[in-house]
Write a protein that binds this ligand. Structure first.
Ligand code: NDP
Length: 252
């Protein structure tokens, strides 16, 4: 007789995903929940899709909680980690996904916009991770969503975004070294162009990006979510400190 009982890969695991009302983050939440994890996620300015995502997955039988927290606000982020731990009964997986992008040449790039990008993309990753690490035990997972732009910037005007994602890449390596002895892995997924509000698959930027892709088309949010699911799973326990490029060949 065939054994039809399967244990989901992330059954019993508890995850926090930042910036997940829309786009890649929302798909990561769906995927982790489908794989059996209990999931808390943050959002900033989009309460309606965030609450709808939580309600839909909850109705389907998952444990999913939406928490408002601006990634640039370290106190709000620490409170969100506390809420996630209280709601889920602990924490095993942190996915630092919240991020923003904007493009301008350096002459036009003012310090306020520099601070906004760095505060969300870099300071927010640090603040969230610092708050989460005390809750992670052996088998813990930290997965950062960086960008291929940390390594290649083929069009002008993205120097500050590239700077912010290069910081994430360096932080990943340093933290992997630090947390390895505690059985916690830290990895950096670097997406190439993925069709979202941030980077629509059609338009002037897409016209420049698409010819650079070996596969000839933009990726889907599920391409990134699948990589997150793998790095969150027990199967990836010997992988730490890496950049995993989910980029359709952008970096070839
Ligand atoms: P979207 O702009 O489509 O979605 C961004 C998400 O982040 C939203 O849920 C938004 O929530 C949230 N967010 C933005 N600012 C904050 C903040 N201050 N605090 C908390 N949450 C915030 O972006 P993507 O899904 O495309 O990008 C997700 C991640 O992937 C980012 O880190 C991005 O840099 C990275 N990435 C994306 C690529 C792409 O081609 N799309 C390529 C490489 C990397 P809300 O609406 O509630 O404010």
């Amino acid at each position: 007789m065939t054994d039809t009982t399967h244990t989901l890969a992330l059954a019993g695991r508890r995850a926090l995903v930042t910036g997940a009302s829309r786009g890649i983050g929302a798909e990561i939440v769906r995927r982790l929940a489908a794989d059996g994890a209990a999931v808390a996620f943050t959002y900033n300015s989009s309460p309606e899709p965030a609450e709808e995502l939580a309600a839909t997955l909850t109705a389907a039988g998952a444990k999913v909680v939406a928490i408002q927290a601006d990634a640039a606000d370290a106190q709000a982020v620490a409170a969100a980690v506390d809420t996630a731990v209280a709601e889920l009964g602990g924490l095993d997986i942190l996915v630092n996904n919240a991020g923003v992008a904007s493009g301008a040449l350096i002459e036009d790039f003012d310090l306020e916009e520099f601070d906004r990008i760095v505060n969300i993309n870099v300071r927010g990753v640090f603040a969230t991770t610092k708050a989460a690490v005390p809750h992670l035990g052996a088998g813990g997972r930290i997965i950062n969503i960086g960008s291929v732009n940390a390594e290649r910037v083929p069009v002008p005007a993205f120097s500050v975004y590239a700077l912010s994602k290069a910081a994430v890449a360096g932080f990943t390596k340093g933290l992997a070294r630090e947390l390895g002895p505690r059985g916690i892995t830290v990895n950096n997924i670097q997406p190439g162009p993925i069709a979202t509000d941030m980077n629509p698959a059609e338009g002037p930027l897409a016209d420049q990006m698409t010819p650079l892709l070996a596969v000839g088309h933009y990726g889907q949010t599920s391409d990134v979510a699948g990589a997150v699911a793998f790095l969150a799973s027990p199967e990836s326990g010997y992988i730490t400190g890496i950049a995993l490029n989910v980029d359709g060949g952008f970096l070839i």
